[in-house]
Design a protein around this ligand. Structure first.
Ligand code: NAP
Length: 259
């Protein structure tokens, strides 16, 4: 399927690895020029070079912390006018409800709610004035079904989801769509760190921790960054202009609900 995206420009935040990289790869495969971002310069440059070489698109790497005002300014300056914005950042650490103080919430809100909101506020006016734009926010299945130990993530992502629900409807008439992709467990570094914690706590191997987690996933496996990226690219495509303000689970059936 031709996604109709050749020659467009996208910012993909937090994209040297994992789900962000999957989105960057899939957009590049559709002919989209990229501004990629991550904090560590080396892996980011390598990912940018690999993607540019594989797909023949322009890729500008910007090494910066996207959760800081300065980092966002660097990314936005390097990008100029953009057609597509993929918001992403690392997730908050796990813990118990009594662990988290005000400062922990502020950090989580900054990273996983206020950062994507600031990026949208910066990019939406240009998209709207040009009559076309796509925003995809990477959130989490925890928006639909809380993961108790990820209370900071549950809270911050719920706030972003509420903002998107209203804002998506305010901008849709200008040809701009905003949607959220909700990953269940995917085979990335994030999954390795979650499984490592389970393995250490329960005194089991990584393979056992993974097999244990797979029993709660009807698909019987972890998702891949490639299939996540393909879903992102479709949401950014010309074919997805009538999908507005949705929260789309990619979880192998893990969240057990009808609607
Ligand atoms: P990952 O494999 O750990 O990759 C994270 C990427 O983001 C890396 O490129 C990292 O590079 C970059 N990054 C992290 N913090 C950043 C920051 N402050 N500024 C700029 N770049 C940053 O993570 P992932 O699994 O792809 O997860 C992506 C998001 O989806 C996270 O919010 C995660 O909580 C959420 N999620 C993931 C899963 C899953 O199973 N993987 C499930 C549910 C939700 P640097 O470290 O160099 O900055």
């Amino acid at each position: 399927m031709d996604l109709g995206l050749a020659g467009k420009k996208a910012i993909v935040c937090a994209s040297s690895k994992g789900l962000g990289r999957g989105c960057a790869e899939a957009l590049a495969a559709a002919g989209v020029n990229l501004v990629m971002n991550a904090r560590s310069d080396g892996p980011l440059r390598q990912a940018a070079e690999e993607i540019a070489a594989a797909h023949g698109v322009t890729v500008v790497p910007v090494a910066a912390d996207i959760t800081s005002e300065d980092g966002r300014a660097q990314v936005l300056d390097a990008a100029g006018e953009v057609d597509i914005l993929v918001n992403n950042a690392g997730g908050p650490p796990p813990g118990m409800w009594y662990d988290w103080e005000r400062e922990d919430f502020i950090r989580a809100l900054d990273a996983n709610m206020l950062t994507p909101i600031a990026m949208m506020k910066a990019c939406l006016p240009g998209m709207m004035s040009r009559g076309w734009g796509r925003v995809v926010n990477i959130t989490s299945q925890s928006v639909k079904a809380p993961i108790a130990v990820l209370g900071l993530s549950n809270s911050a992502r719920a706030g972003l989801t509420g903002y998107v629900a209203g804002t998506a409807r305010q901008v849709a008439g200008s040809g701009v769509t905003i949607n959220n992709l909700l990953p269940g467990i995917h085979a990335t570094d994030r999954a390795i760190s979650l499984d490592t914690k389970v393995a250490q706590e329960q005194g089991i191997s990584m393979e056992e921790a993974k097999a244990q987690r797979c029993t709660s996933i009807p698909a019987g496996r972890y998702g891949t960054a490639e299939e996540f990226g393909a879903a992102c690219a479709f949401l950014c495509s010309q074919h997805a202009g009538f999908i507005v303000g949705q929260n789309i689970l990619l979880d192998g059936g893990g969240v057990n609900m009808t609607l």
